[in-house]
Design a protein around this ligand. Sequence first.
Ligand code: NDP
Length: 481
Amino acid sequence: MQNIQNYINGKLQPPLSGEWIDNYDPSCGEVYGKIPNSSEEDVEEAVQAAVKAFPGWSTTTVEERSSILLKIADLIEEKLQFLAEAESKDNGKPISLALAVDIPRASSNFLFFGNAITQFASEAHESVGHYAINFTLRKPLGIVGCISPWNLPLYLFTWKIAPALAAGNCVVAKPSEVTPMTAYLLSEICIEAGLPEGVLNIVHGLGNTTGQAIVKHPKIKAISFTGGTTTGEHIARTAAPMFKKLSLELGGKNPNIIFTDCDYEKMLNTTVRSSFANQGQICLCGSRIFVEESLYEKFKTDFVARVKAIKVGHPSQNDSNLGALVSKEHLEKVYSYIEDAPNQNATILCGGKKVTVEGYENGYYLEPTVIEVKTNQCKLNQEEIFGPVVTIMPFKTDEEALSFANEVRYGLSATLWTNNLNRTMHFSNELQVGVVWVNTWLMRDLRTPFGGMKDSGVGREGGQEALRFFTEPKNVCIQYS
Ligand code: NDP
């Protein structure tokens, strides 16, 4: 049994109530540890610790803060194998993915923001003719709350924490209760790196109790949340009357638009990845594939053949392309969409069944599934499934592809496959999304703004946007004679 602890005021401690929640290994469906079921009292203690730490942390020099963040980045990198194994066991993702993506990106979040803060400059505006100069101070907000989901656990947790700390805030954070392990290991790393006590507090527990206690706490000035749209709505309803600053990164139902003039092999390889990486549990996966009519039949044949070759297996095996879904509840939710496909006038082209992996019969495995749909208005194309399920359908014209892409409540990202520059620019202007990838997918540069439109969220994080979110601008206007 691996029991984990809260990290409050620089120390690891059990929940005040003494209550614990089971932590499951999705690859075999067994409980392998316990996590604190933290109450409002634990959150209160974490907030008090953060309040006490804030005057000191917010007035450390940028160099001091930067050096601690860089130390954390180094330690994450040093422990790559150990952290990747923990992430893979906790989440069900293939170890190869955790080694190549999750953990390196968690380290680079600290590396990037540890460096970015040393270059963070505020603006000055000279009011010519008035003999006045304006300059903008950017102060840390105070205590901020960071709440993250289970799909990319350490990666998304650190994506929020690193800029918040870099900007001089103290943090009360909660990882998903479904995948708490690497957040716990991060608290050990922070102790090793010498992060002063109370600067970062990690409280484990359920969303609607521990998470809710963070969101409604009056001393917490801002909430950075990544998760589902319904949860985001709930958080906004709680936080908005208290005028908290909010950054909400929510669900997606992203179009992948494929034109005949694309680089076909590159598109095919990337589309397999953008459909099924992390068992399709990435908010940026291209879950609605639209293909130009003249290419449709060829694409359908080749894509289905590639998907049939994907190996679903135990996450620790190097040759597993897909591991387990994160939980039994989530597996059942995803599977219910597959079962409902015939009612949507849709055809399952491949996959569609649960998988039994020998030796791990109770694990949460599902075949990668491709479904041909007749209309973009069906449930399969309108609701976020968030699993290894993609739909495909043809389009006739550029305008039809664009309207299919935009006819959905979400607006997180889109992928476009074409070598036509005018088309690229037209789609980039008109797609109602926060991120457009052209002839690539999931290529990240931490300097760029990241976030969604419509029901995919409010605000942007990444690069300067994150540092702006976690600071309060104050303009000073000085007139001189
Ligand atoms: P949830 O919305 O269920 O949970 C996200 C986090 O919020 C978890 O830590 C959860 O805790 C917590 N939470 C739940 N209820 C509350 C509440 N009332 N108050 C405060 N916190 C709460 O999302 P999932 O974890 O299921 O993640 C999947 C979702 O995340 C998908 O919709 C996906 O699209 C989205 N996502 C968006 C991304 C983006 O950048 N736009 C990136 C990655 C994922 P607990 O788990 O303990 O319930």
